[in-house]
Design a protein around this ligand. Sequence first.
Ligand code: GDG
Length: 485
Amino acid sequence: MNQLVMNSRLARSSVVDKTSKPASAGVATRTVIVSNRVPSPSEKGATAGGLAVALADAATKGSLWFGWSGKRTTTTSETAESVVSDGVTFATIDIGERDYTRYYNGFANGALWPLFHFRAGLLMFNRADYEAYRTVNQAFAKALLPLLKPDDLIWIHDYQLMTMATELRALGVTNRIGFFMHIPFVPPALLDVLPTAADLLEGLSACDVVGFQTERDRIAFLDCVKEFLNIHADRHGAYAFGNHTVRAVLTPIGIDADKFTQLARRAEMTGDAKRLNESLGDRALVLGVDRLDYSKGLPQRFDAFGRLLYAYPQHLRQVNFLQIAARSRQEVGSYQTLRRELDRRAGDINGEFSDFDWVPLRYMTHAVKRNAIAGFYRRARVGLVTPLRDGMNLVAKEYVAAQDSDDPGVLVLSRFAGAADDLTEALIVNPFDPDAVAAAIHQALTMELAERKERHTALLAKVRHTTARRFCETFLAYLKNPKAI
Ligand code: GDG
């Protein structure tokens, strides 16, 4: 066993001696958000991706948002640099190039991401990568330590930071700590593949509250705690770890639906939406918006669209499929492979079905502005959201919020997206079955207005109910009040 892993084992034994103290009632507490990336203050709530937008509601005046600056330097910084904007302090550290490659590309995105999306075959485990992951988690904890106040509520986000609470406890931090997992959690048989599974579970157990997107994920986590740590939770998902109690809670993430509806309404009138509209003419639009990621099921989705054109030829020349697949994690090999695979499949479909004045599939790998996307959603008759596995999937919620209630489009949604637990009025599909997805797209394209409205009304009510604000408030209520369950 190498030194770093051994040190962290020793460190963990001190975690269990510390009793985490509930924030005392009536005392103003500050929220400290910790995430791998911190949006630059100008991005907050505006152009940033799903996580940043959802957390904007937690980053209220007086709060602190801590994480990586996005800068890769020679060595990882030991102290954070802070900027205050609109009452929120943004504190960031730089990560050394070598650490970054191993922590972010290596362990986080080369091992955890595939495994937690049920793709054990893509997992690339390497002990040196794991050490760098521990080192960066420790660097985060050390740089955050001097910024902490006694009553701060610390809220850590996502799979890049699963061992950070261990490091904070080792440094003597007794504040209440919460962790929210944005991606799915896997059952024990899958987690078993990872040699450091117990370490990660102990890292989450150093927190007071651990939140999940779906009940399936929460149960999977508790099953893993039972299997790997031999600890049984009570019926509320609470268990003792050392001297404190950990609670696994269900707190699904959402969007600011009303704001997104307004954005989409306004965007409809802007240049990008008008250009798209002109290029489509009377044709129906089927739209996919995803990061270019193998969890999103894009090759299978392209196949399904090909099956639609083959099996339902009445849609030839009548429909366009636009897939926005913003490039991400291009330094990781499996993402480069995916890109080549999509290029090939797009070429196959267009080569097979195009006419001299009609190209069925439009596929782009650069990002599009958020307000343009909102306008595109509103124009789309079908929102195609077919991940093979997804924690929640905010695109599904954005698509629903963006629709014109008098003439709404239809959401086709994978049963393996967390969003499918709630959005049951969508056309729910198995993304591994291209013929079934093609049939659902056909159903969506031919659905009568009355049915579209009925489904949309139900979906919109749900999206407006489980908002980003509600997500933040519910999680923080659990974190503030240990008896909130
Ligand atoms: C993780 C989990 C969970 C996409 N392309 C562009 C663009 N986007 C925006 C979408 C949406 C966000 O990015 C994507 O959010 P998702 O939730 O769909 O997916 P992940 O990025 O994988 O997020 C996921 C989420 O965390 C939150 O907990 O739901 O399950 O995997 O907002 O609109 N935005 C812009 N240009 C693009 O080209 N501006």
